[in-house]
Design a protein around this ligand. Structure first.
Ligand code: UDP
Ligand code: MG
Length: 316
């Protein structure tokens, strides 16, 4: 069986269209599949719409309803935990990721028994050149400082076998950065190109601020290099200050020149103060994450759950 895990946040205008499109695309091609919709604390009528879908087809639709918005990463985790299939596909609710691509993924996966996962990457990025360049730069940077590999353009639109899903579920960390988790767990992954369609209705939830925060999340979650930064910077600034001290002493002893002290002190205080604050901030980022993780809070909280009803359940 194939499980489709679908995170939904304010997608009232999309979920019915999404459901219908999947059903018609899968007709006669996929025998057994289920939907795992996750309503991530939507403030519109998404849950109402999902209830309607569940009522019309309770044999293959599960709906999980969060108590508030926990974010897409949490929705993915909840969906994966409830998926029952031996194959699981993550897909957005806004029809930007067409269900037909899932069929292509299935073909690729079935053609090669060695594969555990098929991931779709964007053939053409949907944003402008500047944003593309910034994103490529980010991937280069994070690949340099992190032990796991990040693939530029690879989305979380992917089809996985059960063994990979179970591995992901074993990673119970609170600060979830899927792109890193996928590559951390390993497994054989094949990348296929896909074209991002236009959003059916509603707006993207990724503003620039959220994207920047997400990029930093990735760095802090999958690299400890920033922590080592203070060691390097501290070492270099110590060397520089020793060199400066020698310079001052030589000037005084050999040429009898007094170096004006005031300007030097201001520059040094600003420089060293800045470096120290910066390194403290980096430390703080990790400590804050350890603090939250130590509290062991759940990744998501369910308010409601509409379960699969087998045919015989209905008769009872
Ligand atoms: N999403 C979610 N929780 C959030 C933000 C987004 O579950 O806090 C879902 C959203 O409903 C959609 C998917 O994640 O199904 C991708 O979001 P979006 O379309 O806004 O991102 P984009 O396609 O612009 O990258
Ligand atoms: Mg989208």
């Amino acid at each position: 069986m194939l499980s489709l895990v679908v995170p939904c946040y304010n997608e009232e205008g999309n979920v019915h269209a999404f459901y219908n499109e999947v059903c018609s695309a899968f007709e006669g091609k996929v025998d057994s599949y289920e939907f795992v919709f996750v309503n991530d604390g939507s403030s519109d009528k998404t849950y109402q719409r999902l209830k309607e879908i569940h009522a019309s087809s309770p044999q293959n639709v599960q709906v999980l309803c969060f108590s508030r918005n926990f974010g897409k990463e949490s929705a993915i985790y909840a969906g994966l935990s409830h998926a029952r299939g031996d194959l699981v596909c993550l897909i957005d609710a806004d029809l930007q990721q067409r269900p037909q691509v899932v069929l292509e993924m299935l073909e690729v996966l079935n053609a090669n028994p060695e594969l555990d996962c098929v991931t779709a990457y964007q053939k053409k990025r949907k944003e402008n050149k500047l944003m593309s360049a910034i994103k490529s730069g980010f991937y280069k940077f994070i690949n340099k400082i992190s032990d796991v590999r990040f693939v530029n353009g690879a989305s979380d639109f992917r089809l996985m076998k059960r063994n990979m899903v179970d591995a992901i579920l074993q990673m119970t960390e609170f600060h979830r950065f899927s792109k890193g988790i996928f590559s951390y767990v390993g497994f054989n992954t094949e990348y296929i190109p896909y074209e991002v369609a236009k959003r059916e209705s509603g707006q993207s939830k990724w503003g620039t601020k959220k994207l920047i925060r997400y990029a930093f999340e990735g760095i802090f979650a999958f690299s400890t290099s920033p922590l080592k930064l203070s060691t390097y910077v501290g070492f270099i600034s110590s060397l520089l200050s020793i060199a400066y001290l020698i310079f001052v002493i030589v000037q005084k002893l050999a040429f009898g020149i007094d170096v004006p002290g005031y300007a030097t002190i201001v520059v040094l205080v600003l420089l060293i103060g800045g470096i120290q604050l910066f390194c403290l901030g980096v430390l703080g980022e990790y400590i804050a994450k350890m603090y939250v993780q130590a509290k062991n809070r759940p990744v998501y909280i369910l308010k409601d759950k509409l379960e699969i009803k087998e045919k015989n359940d209905e008769q009872n």
